[in-house]
Structure formats: structure tokens, C-alpha cells
Design a protein. Structure first.
Length: 245
């Protein structure tokens, strides 16, 4: 069974979930490939991952990861793996989406929170908001190849589809000061630029027009040039948290 990621990822506070499509060949009668759509949900408070049939909304299986605190999920199609951040154990778990089994775990930083991978399947960036670091995982070796130390708390993260840049939202502990967006080179981990935005920012990159959309819970949505990291426009949307194109 081959798994394919449908272009829909939802971020939530206590759980994360995605839809993946499983392709299954029918060799007996040479019919066209059949597809199964599954939703995976990380249950932070019950140390488990639930898998739903997307058509019936019925739970088809549950993976228990004992004494864990699963946070966000990232599916990487080129690796056919599901990566789950475990805040309690300072790890990222690797799950086979076909068998729904835990294969291995990677040690990362303290305070595992938002994470994201590029669509080429090269790297997974994991924000650790207790020790204020970013763990960069090489998906070819399933190992941490770089730890980026930050001067403030990291929050959201988004990698470009082409695997060249990473954007990280930074929380300023001073409530009177703006939060920030940092832009990094994925090849050498150098911080290239930064820009001030509203409080509690989340991220979504639109590759077709090189725009970075930044919704902030302070009530603003920023439209940012993702190359220059300059604000193009800003609109008011009270209590905005995240965006799905």
C-alpha cells in the first residue's frame, strides 16, 4: 500500500490531524488503483494516535505510544512516513502509515512543538520552545544534523516546497513588543532576514506567488514578500490563529 498526502493539513492546539490517501493495487482483476483516505489525529492527553476513515468518520485503528505527549503530525510523501512530535519525551516518532506501527524515534530538544518538512523530503525542522532551539532532522538518516540556538521562544515553522528556506515565528516574552519572523537558509542554517509582526504568529507559504501569510492571534493577518521578508499588506481579523488556502 502506498500513501499519498492530500494537500490539506490542519493545525490545532491540543491535537493535529492530516488526511492521507492510501493507494492499493488490485492485481487479481487489473482494475484501476483503489484509494483509501485516512485522517490521523494526535491525542496529546491520551498518548495515542487515532486513524479515521475519512469517508465514514469511523476510527479504524489507534496507536498507543505509552507515556508520551504527541503534538503535531507531519506526513512526508517521498519517505512514506508519518512524523509525530512527542513533547514529554523530547522525541520525534516515526510511524509507518500503512501498518500504523511505530518504527523508531529521534531524540530532539526540550519542548517539542510545531514542526514542518520540505516537500522534497530532505529535512524536518522541529521547534523546541522550552530550551529555545530548533532541531533539524535529516530525513535520509533520521538523525539531528543541526541544533539552532535562538534568543527567544520559537513557535511555528514552515519550510518551502523546494527545500531552500525555512520560516520560524518567534515569541517575544515582552507582551508590549512585537513578535518576529526569522528566515533561514536550509543549506547552511544561516538566519537571512527577520521582520516584526503581531503576537502569536502562525505561518503558511504560497510558492506560486512567493507570499508568506502570517495570521496572528493579536488580530492581524500579514501578507509578506517571502524573498525580501517585507510586509506587503496587513488586515485586521480578530482572534485569527491559522490559515488554510
Amino acid at each position: 500500500m502506498k500513501n499519498k498526502f492530500l494537500n490539506l493539513t490542519l493545525k490545532a492546539f491540543l491535537s493535529s490531524f492530516f488526511i492521507l490517501s492510501c493507494e492499493k493495487s488490485n492485481d487479481d482483476n487489473n482494475q484501476n488503483n483503489l484509494y483509501e483516505e485516512t485522517v490521523a489525529v494526535a491525542n496529546r492527553n491520551s498518548s495515542s494516535i487515532s486513524f479515521f476513515d475519512a469517508n465514514t468518520n469511523v476510527v479504524t485503528s489507534t496507536l498507543k505510544i505509552t507515556n508520551s505527549e504527541p503534538m503535531y503530525l507531519v506526513f512526508v510523501p517521498s519517505k512514506d512516513k508519518l512524523y509525530v512530535g512527542d513533547r514529554k519525551n523530547k522525541q520525534v516518532h516515526i510511524i509507518n502509515p500503512s501498518t500504523k506501527k511505530l518504527e523508531s524515534s529521534i531524540n530532539v530538544g526540550n519542548g517539542v512543538f510545531h514542526m514542518w518538512a520540505d516537500e522534497l523530503g530532505k529535512q524536518l525542522w522541529v521547534n523546541n520552545d522550552i530550551d529555545n532551539t530548533i532541531s533539524v532532522i535529516d530525513l535520509a538518516t533520521s538523525s539531528v544534523i543541526k541544533t539552532i540556538n535562538l534568543d527567544m521562544k520559537p513557535h511555528d515553522v514552515f519550510l518551502t516546497k523546494d527545500g531552500t528556506k525555512a520560516y520560524v515565528s518567534i515569541i517575544n516574552s515582552d507582551s508590549t513588543m512585537p513578535d518576529k519572523i526569522y528566515m533561514y537558509s536550509i543549506s547552511n542554517y544561516e538566519k537571512l532576514k527577520e521582520v516584526n509582526v503581531g503576537k502569536d504568529p502562525h505561518l503558511f507559504h504560497l510558492p506560486n506567488n512567493n507570499k508568506l501569510i502570517v495570521p496572528c492571534q493579536s488580530g492581524e493577518v500579514y501578507n509578506i514578500d517571502s524573498e525580501k521578508l517585507q510586509i506587503i499588506s496587513q488586515k485586521s481579523y480578530p482572534r485569527c490563529s491559522w490559515v488554510i488556502p
